[in-house]
Design a protein around this ligand. Structure first.
Ligand code: SME
Length: 166
């Protein structure tokens, strides 16, 4: 069965448990960090309903730098505190935006986006390695359960974000 054929449950707890299993299957073992994050982005893009962008920004040389993703081309660098992703990085916690139009400084990569979640990825010393970012065309698509679920998902691939990009 292809990863595209999987019927993900609507219940968020069950959804994130299956998502963790699928991310693990396609990222462990991984020959490189990019291959792991690319596969993780593909799994995320197939798993979530009602989203239009899912992917990673990686902390490198003092900025968030665009990593593997599924969706439209996006801004390639984000400063600390800038936009939703920069806020999650600066505050070191998940940012859930119910309506991107009312979030000051929101960076619009896809004009269809209406709500968004950005969750920081930490290393063992609680340094932020990067951000997982997901956009939806539906307002208020994400809640605290998504933040907790994504935190568990990214703990599986955090080691692949500890890279300096060239
Ligand atoms: N909207 C994000 C930028 C990244 S895109 O959504 C892919 C932000 O405000 O940080």
């Amino acid at each position: 069965m292809s990863y595209l054929d999987i019927d993900y449950p609507h219940d968020k707890q069950a959804f994130y448990q299956l998502l963790r299993e699928q991310v693990a299957v396609y990222t462990d073992p991984a020959p490189t960090a990019v291959s792991a994050l690319a596969n993780a982005a593909a799994v995320l893009g197939a798993a979530f309903c009602d989203i239009n962008w899912a992917g990673f920004y990686i902390v490198s040389r003092g900025k968030l730098v665009l990593g593997p993703f599924q969706g439209k081309p996006a801004v390639q660098t984000i400063d600390l505190g800038q936009g939703v992703c920069g806020a999650a990085w600066q505050n070191r916690k998940a940012v859930i935006v119910q309506d991107v139009h009312s979030f000051p400084g929101h960076i619009a990569c896809d004009l269809d986006s209406r709500s968004e979640i950005a969750v920081p990825v930490f290393d063992q010393d609680w340094q932020v390695l990067g951000i997982i970012d997901i956009d939806s065309p539906t307002p208020a698509r994400f809640n605290d359960q998504d933040a907790q679920g994504l935190e568990a998902v990214v703990s599986l691939i955090a080691r692949h974000m500890a890279i300096e990009l060239s």
